[in-house]
Write a protein that binds this ligand. Structure first.
Ligand code: CA
Length: 364
């Protein structure tokens, strides 16, 4: 159920009309037929494709798996106005849970950075293997312990594209002075290569590209880029390096979770896991379809890979910045980073001789 316009007062009245609040379990009443009503805050605007779809899936699966006993109502950004306040609102139990991205909290707590993606890091299947079987999920709980929430994967965008450029990048020199929207760690890396990074809200990006305020930008990939219209202005579309498997995030208030009966805790965990994986494959599908549209309707789009000297410089600078984070972080920072890097090294041996070899050898 989407709620964007219901006033707080009406929501409050509806809550007061209910026979029990979510404390029924704590009060010792029977939980068998009790309906738990949870509120979820999204970092995204209403109806954002893929991202908002992850929440719709969670609501559907929670409802179905619980026989209607776990009812989650979602509040997109328009309702609470705090895209970057979701963690705090869930921590304070204004909402029982949220759907957001872990790297939004890196300025508050650097350890949260690692659970979304890293430049030159793992692709989605490798990252999911790390989360669910390689110790990633346990490390994520450690990182979020002081924030009083539990954290879970929330859907993967798949490999993101390196961005739209209004001119071709033929060498490292072409990056010098380029004005580009590229946030996060990748932005810090590109800044060292001479890029003038600019941060602008999503709604202003196309105008900025058209007016020349920006020369380049990265967003997601065909799944979401087509609707943004960047291809109408910038025709060079570069393959990715900086967000190889961006995982969104569910955060759950720990006290609220502990009040759920055990079977509903399991329902919630299963619904989140299913919604996350479904979102990944939906995103993959959307990119397949949208890339086909782009190539059919906009034949001027030129897909390129960054040249060797650019990739070499990006790699060198990324490793340098990760080392600085490890050196200046806490023991937990180093534990998480070491776990990610060790797992990636091991996983990549298999990825190379399985998927990569298959693609290279078959030529299909
Ligand atoms: Ca991006």
């Amino acid at each position: 159920m989407k709620i964007t316009t219901m006033p707080w007062v009406l929501a409050l009245c509806l809550c007061l009309l209910l026979p029990f609040g979510s404390s029924a379990n704590a009060a010792g009443k029977s939980t068998k037929n009790h309906v738990y009503e949870w509120k979820l805050a999204e970092s995204w605007p209403e109806d954002l494709p893929i991202f908002g779809g992850a929440v719709d899936k969670l609501i559907k699966y929670s409802h179905e798996l619980s026989g209607g006993r776990l009812k989650i109502m979602t509040y997109p950004k328009e309702h609470h106005g705090k895209a970057f306040g979701v963690l705090e609102m869930v921590r304070s139990q204004q909402f029982e849970m949220g759907h957001t991205a872990s790297y939004y909290w890196k300025d508050k707590d650097i350890n949260t950075l690692f659970f979304t993606t890293l430049p030159l890091g793992m692709i989605a299947p490798e990252r999911y293997a790390w989360f669910y079987h390689g110790g990633g999920l346990e490390l994520m709980q450690k990182a979020y312990e002081d924030h009083r929430v539990l954290a879970f994967p929330g859907g993967n965008t798949g490999n993101q594209m390196g961005g739209w450029f209004n001119r071709e990048i033929k060498s490292l020199d072409d990056l010098k002075g380029l004005r580009m929207r590229v946030p996060g760690l990748a932005g810090e890396v590109m800044k060292e290569l001479g890029v003038r990074t600019v941060n602008l809200p999503a709604g202003n990006l196309l105008d900025a590209l058209e007016s020349g305020t920006l020369d380049a930008l990265e967003w997601v990939g065909p799944s979401l880029d087509l609707g943004m219209g960047f291809h109408r202005t910038a025709r060079f579309y570069y393959t990715g390096w900086h967000e190889p498997g961006t995982e969104l995030q569910f955060v759950v208030n720990r006290a609220a979770y502990n009040k759920l009966p055990e079977d509903l805790q399991n329902v919630l965990k299963a619904a989140m896991r299913l919604a996350a994986y479904d979102t990944y494959i939906e995103s993959y599908h959307a990119s397949i379809e949208n890339l086909a549209v782009m190539q059919r309707e906009y034949p001027n789009i030129q897909i390129r890979a960054f040249p060797t000297d650019v990739m070499r410089a990006l790699r060198k600078e990324t490793l340098k910045q990760l080392q600085t984070i490890a050196d200046t972080g806490s023991p937990l920072t180093r534990e998480i980073l070491t776990s990610l890097q060790d797992y990636q090294r091991k996983a990549r041996v298999w990825t190379r001789i399985s998927d990569q070899a298959y693609l290279n050898n078959t030529g299909l």
